[in-house]
Design a protein around this ligand. Sequence first.
Ligand code: ADP
Ligand code: ZN
Length: 750
Amino acid sequence: MPTRETSNGPDAFEGSPVRLRVLLPLPLAGAYDYRAGPGLGLKPGDFVRVPLGRRAAIGVVWDDGDGTAEAVAEAKLRNVSARCDVPPLSGEMRRFIDWVAGYTLSPPGAVLRMAMSVPEALEPPRPVIAYRVAEDAPHPDSSDPGEVRLTASRRRVLRELGSGPPRAIAELALAAGVGAGVVRSLIDMGWLEEVELPRTRPPGPDGTRPGPVLSPEQEGAAETLRERQGQGFSVTLVDGVTGSGKTEVYFEAIAAALREGRQSLVLLPEIALSAQWLARFEARFGAPPAIWHSEISPAQRRRTWREVAEGSVPVVVGARSALFLPFAKLGLVVVDEEHEAAFKQEDGVVYHARDRAVVRARFAGVPAVLVSATPALETVINVERGRYGVVHLPDRHGGASLPEIQTIDMRRETMPRNAFLSPKLREAIAETLGRDEQAMLFLNRRGYAPLTLCRTCGHRLNCPTCTSWLVEHRRAGRLQCHHCGHTISRPPACPSCGDEDSFVPCGPGVERVAEEAGALFPGARVALVTSDTMTGPSAAAEFLERMAGHGIDLLVGTQIVAKGHHFPRLTLVGVVDADLGLAGGDLRAAERTYQLLHQVAGRAGRAERPGRALLQTYMPEHPVMLALVALSQRSEARDDFLQIEAEERRRHGWPPFGRLAAIIVAGRDANVVDRVARELGRTAPSGHGIETLGPAPAPLALLRGRHRRRLLVKASREINLQAALDSWLSRVRAPSNVRLTVDIDPYSFL
Ligand code: ADP
Ligand code: ZN
């Protein structure tokens, strides 16, 4: 493990100019040498401005520079220009960055860049300047002091300000009903004087507010988390069915961290849309948390980053990128829905936020809490091995029962042409709507139809730059590639045979299901919810309100509706194609399908009304379906299923029983890509406990115009996979127009 002990004492580089290393947030090999320059008093972790070529750059002092003396000749060393006025990056954060870099085989600078995603935050925040009446200003009602300067509007400003606190120019002008120029003229005359206002922050979340009265199981779980708070590093899985109060329980751990004055980080998979979560948090703690994801405003981003670094933000809830925020006093890390594939970052530095969250907590010496109704197999195995603790919440809060789950064997259903809802499912919907309850149809596929083909010649509409069909989005009147976003309008004639009006849609997307549902139940209010329709927090909030207020009878949606929401009137969930996730070569296909369907089913019947879930499948005897059906009788069915999965993976040496890395070779020239891939294949690690599969064309053999080949390295857990990869990959020279991506613990096999 490439952790390095760094001296973090005060004034580590005080005295004569000294050589030091500065890591820059760039994908370079390592830290660069600089000379500290006198008088800066630099310490490891300090953010510094340095010259880089002809530019200036900001980096972080990484360690004391021992052992790198030969790297840059003394004469060539350049001086650090300045130290930034921002708290230093903590030692635990620097070790975390080094660790992630080593683990993912990424340059440390590329990882540091994630921690320095807001360069503007390194500038001290601009002080808030306000004005008050100067002592020698005339009284607003006094007669004109001789010169003709006390105009009516100037009097209004003086009068306005005389009675209140100092105010900023724009605010004051507005209150006095004058232009900003009038206020400025008073400033110029010296009648108003500047004061610097302290930065005010509204009161933050309060850990002393009482939470709800917990059930005995919940209280026991909360007590365990509270005990571990402040006792150093630990990992605890909160394993409980949907609606059992897992959120309430980990809120107790946050409350404990708040009372200790420590910061908490909560990772959520779909933070941008978690309006319900935010409302609950605010109700519990009396103030909202800071939010961190890709859609917050630049101003919010700058302020949050800085305040996190200063330790003044008590709770951050965010997407996976929040892991790289420079917490000053981290006290707790929570990963909600820890099994979610959305936590896997696939671009740039490839990492899994759940696993990294645990590492982050380990370096910080604080507890990590993983939360799920369907924990990842990796997590369950870690519990079995005794590495993680676990608390269980077996029952739904308020005694509501789990939905009854049944399969509909599609081999036995007589389906009308171009219909996707079986007679059994239709009947169930009719019953549900007849009781004035809500139903939901789930299909994890956006758009109208996944494939459009010409009925005359069989031509398929493909993406020109990906190995992928174009998905029809009928509402938007276009066809779209779901991999690269390439969009066309529907061609009037087949590009292959020229026949007009010959295209037919094949297979269902949610739009098509919504159309069918609307035709079958003309009196029902049908709503379609996908990432295309739910584009932001306000759309999400509006939808939740409409659903909760029973403004929707029949909801049709993708996995965006599968998460976290609580709808008391929703009593039927119909899964249109339960087999959808099982195809393909993904080693976690069964596990993921189980998790998703379990979660979707869990949307039904969360309050007093019992719910049921119906799964349309052509494989009712598949272990996933059997486990889901058994679940309504025995809650252990989930663990039985995980045991079967675990056996399967153990037999093949798949994770978590073995280690895996995917190498993707991509480039525009297929011949060059093939040559590099073959070269990699020839020199690939193989031997005792390690083997390499491939190269083979990736399932997405063409993506955005780049040809892609894959290799998969499988190793036993005793093998140092990173070291093996490193020595292998450093021997192969790839031309600059070919990109090699290394994905440790791959989750995507496309
Ligand atoms: P989970 O996170 O396990 O899905 P939640 O924490 O969301 O469960 O709880 C489900 C619902 O039950 C929420 O509306 C929550 O406020 C409520 N709830 C859970 N426990 C309690 C409790 N002890 N007192 C009051 N309401 C509770
Ligand atoms: Zn495409």
